[in-house]
Design a binder for this molecule. Structure first.
Ligand code: ADP
Length: 318
């Protein structure tokens, strides 16, 4: 049981007659109840912590809480400014990039005959560099959209979606199979497609050159009525130390230097999965390779959508 000054969090539901009596005695002795409020959604605050303090300590705790809150808001403001700046810069870069790419193409077409080997190689280098910048800009915009775009939640036939994504990768010379049937899920179809496309695309990409990529997609039931989607490959694998970090923006694992990438794809996936109220992770695939997984909480059959999946409208990551 918490005493008046051990400051142990007291969940509201845990109120017992003994605790109520202690609380009344402390209040009579001049102790002040201090609550920590947190809001999971804008405009709604829940009590997450409550304790009794002597007056001087209560003032100190309130002052510390006030300062912490002020700093947190300031940090949120700076982060949102940075995000807006990044999105604006990425948008603004798109047009000059497209112009530069178009000029290079014209140069190639108009002077195809006169270009020597050296000039041709230099043009190829410029094209590759522009391609990389273009991919980075697209990924940055996608990263911002994965957080901000309103969600359009509706029933999605997961098996059709998986089949579609696999068909998109059919030309990669890979072998992607589905293990077992896939039920319908409630999700944003465009966002979910993006996650599947990224995981399957990575599974193929991170397979050594000359080796046929073998990927297995499976959907299983997870605890609490959630669904767990797994994408397993026999590729280069991810060193254990890198596994928790590959979902951070721009993190590329130590063994992936030979493969092109921006290090943003999995960070985008994590944002999307978390916006659906799920979790994403990666394990070693027994026998070699990686096994990526993510969960999708599902609303109770007759009930409303799960809280984390509630507020919706329409749009998607492009
Ligand atoms: P990108 O592929 O553009 O670098 P991602 O965010 O998709 O960015 O992936 C982050 C890193 O995780 C990759 O750079 C790579 O090191 C590692 N990775 C992702 N998927 C796989 C996979 N299937 N097998 C091995 N490594 C992977």
């Amino acid at each position: 049981m918490s005493t008046p000054n051990d400051h142990t969090p007291v969940p509201k539901a845990a109120a017992t007659p003994a605790r109520t009596a202690i609380s009344a005695a402390c209040t009579a002795a001049g102790y002040i109840a201090v609550s920590l409020l947190a809001s999971a959604t804008a405009g709604a605050a829940d009590t997450v912590w409550e304790s009794l303090f002597p007056p001087a300590a209560a003032v100190a705790v309130c002052w510390a809480g006030y300062r912490w809150n002020r700093e947190r808001r300031e940090q949120q403001r700076r982060e949102s400014e940075l995000r807006a700046l990044m999105t604006m810069a990425s948008h603004d870069l798109k047009s000059p990039l497209a112009t530069a790419t178009a000029h290079l193409e014209m140069l190639r077409q108009d002077h195809a005959e006169g270009l020597g080997d050296d000039a041709g190689q230099q043009l190829s280098g410029m094209e590759r560099a522009l391609g990389r910048i273009n991919r980075l800009v697209e990924d940055l915009l996608c990263y911002a959209a994965a957080e901000q775009a309103p969600m359009d939640l509706r029933p999605v036939a997961l098996s059709d979606l998986i089949a579609d994504v696999i068909a998109d990768h059919a030309g990669d010379g890979s072998c992607v199979t589905v293990d077992g049937p896939s039920p319908s899920v409630v999700a944003d179809p465009e966002l979910l497609r993006h996650v599947l496309d990224n995981l399957i695309g990575n599974a193929i990409k991170y397979t050594p050159t000359g080796v046929r990529a073998r990927v297995v997609v499976a959907v299983r039931a997870a605890s609490g009525g959630a669904l767990r989607v797994e994408v397993a490959d026999r590729g280069i694998g991810i060193p254990e130390a890198d596994r928790p970090k590959v979902f951070d923006a721009f993190h590329r694992s130590a063994n992936s230097g030979a493969y092109r990438g921006t290090g943003l794809g999995l960070a985008i996936c994590r944002r999307i999965v978390e916006r659906h109220g799920g979790r994403i992770g990666v394990d070693e695939n027994p026998g070699g390779g990686s096994r990526f997984w993510f969960t999708l909480p599902q609303p109770a059959p007759s009930g409303p959508a799960a809280p984390a999946m509630a507020a919706t409208a329409s749009a998607a990551v492009k």
